[in-house]
Design a protein around this ligand. Structure first.
Ligand code: MTE
Ligand code: MO
Length: 215
């Protein structure tokens, strides 16, 4: 895989250190705070990935949805555009400790995708695969939420390549590594298969408000 080994090693080391560091002090008293424990605000939007940013042209883009579903589909760009437009506003929390508030997303809601593919009752988990071969996993019930979407616009503009365009996942209630940039395939399953960071020391649940970073 074409990825930046340095980034991977550094983040993996952070996970091992964080996991063993019981004395680490994090202020857990946040009241009506909008910034989760251990996070700090940024006004820009940093770029974070494995170092390889795939160029996916719209005419070559496709998204395959398969596994434990009644209606497998492969959406081309026109199919994606033909779905009802969904908008949502949310905050973005990266596990490396930055939080970016107030992002306006547009795209296709995950609930719409579920309507189209009709998961079997045995489908409990979802695995996301991206054009850079990145993977990440979530329980289906976490994806089946009002604020989860496949985003192609951010703050009114087409999502840039560096931030995962043409289309990326947004799961606001989880750390941002759970949202695959350049998403290429979504697989429903009866079993949980861990993704890239989940097998490298990061939490399988990834809850920002619980400071739930390491697995
Ligand atoms: N395909 C892909 N998606 C990815 C990643 C990646 O390396 N590859 N990194 C994740 C991580 S760790 C974060 S914090 C966010 C960063 O998104 P951004 O670069 O748009 O800020 O993307 C997530 N999705
Ligand atoms: Mo991240």
């Amino acid at each position: 895989m074409d990825m930046n080994e340095k980034i991977v090693k550094a983040k993996q080391a952070l996970a091992f250190r964080g996991r063993g560091d019981s004395a680490r002090e994090v202020d857990m008293s946040f009241g009506d705070e909008r910034v989760p424990p251990g996070q700090h605000l940024v006004n820009n939007w940093p770029v974070l990935d494995l170092g390889h940013k795939p160029e996916v042209l719209l005419e070559e883009w496709s998204l395959k949805i398969d596994g434990f579903i009644t209606h497998p589909v492969t959406w081309k760009w026109e199919d994606f555009q033909a779905q009802p437009l969904f908008k949502s506003h949310s905050d973005f929390h990266c596990v490396t400790s930055w939080t970016r508030l107030d992002n306006d997303w547009e795209g296709v809601s995950f609930k719409r995708l579920l309507e189209v593919v009709q998961p079997l009752s045995s489908a409990k988990f979802v695995l996301f695969e991206a054009y850079d071969d990145y993977t990440t996993n979530l329980p289906l019930e976490v994806c089946d939420d009002d604020d989860v979407l496949l985003a192609h616009k951010w703050n009114g503009q087409p999502l840039s390549k560096e931030h995962g365009g043409p289309v990326r996942m947004i799961i606001p209630k989880r750390y941002a590594w759970k949202g695959a940039k350049w998403v290429r395939k979504i697989t429903f399953s009866d079993r949980d298969q861990k993704g890239f960071w989940e097998v490298r020391g990061y939490s399988n649940t990834a809850l920002p408000w619980e400071n739930d970073r390491y697995g």
